[in-house]
Design a protein around this ligand. Sequence first.
Ligand code: FES
Length: 180
Amino acid sequence: MREKHHLSAEFRNMLEQWAEDALGGIGIFKDRYPGFEKLKEKAIEQLRSVYSDITIDMFLRTEDNRRMDSPDGFARITGPCGDTMEIYLKVGSGVILDSSFQTDGCSPSKACGGMVAQMAKGKSIAKIKKLTAQDILDALGGLPEESEHCATLAVDTMKEALKDIVRQEKAGGKRQRLRL
Ligand code: FES
């Protein structure tokens, strides 16, 4: 069982919203179903027993889950699990100015994409080249073993996007607006 700490009101609201969505059809009848609040609590408790609060926060938050027009670096990789990760980068003077991701994968892959994007922002390209899947897992407070490969997919995609910057520079100019 994971260690639980005090939840901010914002995080609590996010969890409640998630639980109501997860409970789907039952949510429509919540006012008529006396056990609904208990059910919601149970769903939240189960989620928090599997994932750290940082991981949950990452996959419920969407600010870096976005496409980017005319990125300086871009990569898309489909992992052995069949899920696809995309990474978008803007750089200047050897520093990553902005980073974002998109994935059609599981919740942990969203958390890993979000974490890799967040960790890259404001860092030198040289530093992010050395990032490992373990760095992502550590920053997320770990993932269930069966989801650890999601961190590898995020890091591999980030590294390909870094290589793409070099390819774009060699090709002598910025990538035209992406048509994906
Ligand atoms: Fe495929 Fe998470 S990235 S299961």
